[in-house]
Design a protein around this ligand. Structure first.
Ligand code: ACO
Length: 318
């Protein structure tokens, strides 16, 4: 029977660097406290790269996450048609993290490039991979979100240094062989007029207007999610699992409330990993897959928002 070509995720993997930093550790560096950080953000710890332990940056972490996804699925890297890395912290200005990763993996047939969409990097990359697969141009694409946020932070600025962590996660996409499984609607948005809310100037450190960003994020995401659900003729309650970008638990709780969906439906990792930018959503998806919580036919909704502003929502069926 003929059915539309969809891309599904056939394998996942992730990598979290070894150095765990608690809120109490940070309170020795800046004027903050475990109670403040937990209450305002939900974050308890974050993990950071540690060159003395052999993990230096974005490509190292991307390689570990990608290798885990390849190993989990017994996929030969030479069979990859494309590698897309969502990152705003590439190790080098050029070439891309994706090209360095391609070489490390020995994925000699793959084209490779990075996507710069901040915390939306991996959802934008999934959408790009999805279109190459649904067009029939590629059969197997590796998508990685990998971020060394620690290199962008001003470690004396308590407004920002408590919020982020390092990490990487990967997903491999292939044409789905079930009629309805895989990505359905995906919607990408940007509004460059909001660039002052979160930015890193050339050679500088991350700067953020936290409250304005918070106020922009909630209605923007609710609107995007509602538009997506309406197009698919679904109610929020029909979504088995929400995979949100992990910036702040209060943003996720506000959206859950507006959609009238219980928090148990949400994958959460920001308590342990903080905001890992483009890695966060794929880390949450990898965790969900490992926990084996989903049944064939279940609906999953991904969303992300980040500097740009960029935001996106995607509907996926297991
Ligand atoms: N510890 C203790 N006090 C702090 C800290 C800290 N780490 N950071 C700020 N404060 C102080 C401020 O200086 C301020 O003090 P003042 O009242 O004396 O001026 C007070 O706490 C309140 O600051 P607000 O900024 O009003 O605190 P708010 O409740 O808005 O929480 C936060 C700040 C957590 C940044 C929140 O605005 C937020 O989460 N915004 C969204 C931003 C975000 O998630 N960014 C991530 C990247 S973007 C993305 O992924 C969507």
């Amino acid at each position: 029977m003929h059915h539309p070509l969809r891309a599904h995720i056939c394998a996942t993997g992730s990598y979290i660097p070894p150095r765990q930093v608690s809120n109490d550790d940070l309170s020795k560096q800046v004027d903050t406290s475990d109670a403040w950080i937990k209450q305002r953000t939900g974050i308890k710890t974050r993990f950071l790269v540690d060159p003395s332990q052999g993990v230096r940056g974005t490509v190292d972490m991307a390689q570990q996450a990608a290798q885990a996804a390849l190993n989990n699925s017994n996929i030969d890297p030479k069979s990859l048609d494309m590698i897309i890395v969502g990152t705003v912290t590439p190790d080098q200005r050029m070439p891309s993290a994706a090209c360095l990763l391609q070489h490390r993996l020995g994925a000699t047939r793959a084209s490779a490039f990075d996507v710069s969409a901040a915390c939306c990097g991996s959802l934008y990359s999934l959408a790009i991979a999805n279109s190459f697969i649904t067009q029939g141009t590629c059969k197997r694409i590796l998508v990685v979100g990998s971020e060394t946020m620690s290199c962008l932070l001003d470690w004396s600025d308590r407004n920002t240094c408590v919020l982020f962590g390092d990490g990487a996660a990967a997903a491999i996409l292939e044409p789905s062989n079930s009629p309805n499984g895989g990505f359905h609607q995906m919607k990408l948005y940007s509004d460059g007029s909001l660039h002052p809310l979160l930015h890193v100037k050339q050679g500088g450190k991350l700067q953020m207007q936290g409250q304005e960003l918070y106020r922009a994020a909630v209605p923007t995401l609710v609107q995007a999610v509602e538009a997506l659900l309406q197009e698919a003729d679904l109610q929020p309650q029909q979504i088995a699992r929400f995979i949100p970008h992990q910036a702040n638990i209060r943003i996720i709780e506000s959206i859950a409330k507006r959609l009238d969906v219980p928090m148990e439906r949400f994958a959460i990792n920001l308590d342990r990993f903080a905001n890992t930018s483009s890695a966060s959503l794929l880390l949450a998806w990898d965790q969900t897959c490992q926990e084996n919580q989903l049944q064939p036919g279940d609906w999953v909704l991904f969303w992300a928002i980040g500097a740009g502003l960029t935001w996106a929502a995607g509907l996926y069926r297991v």
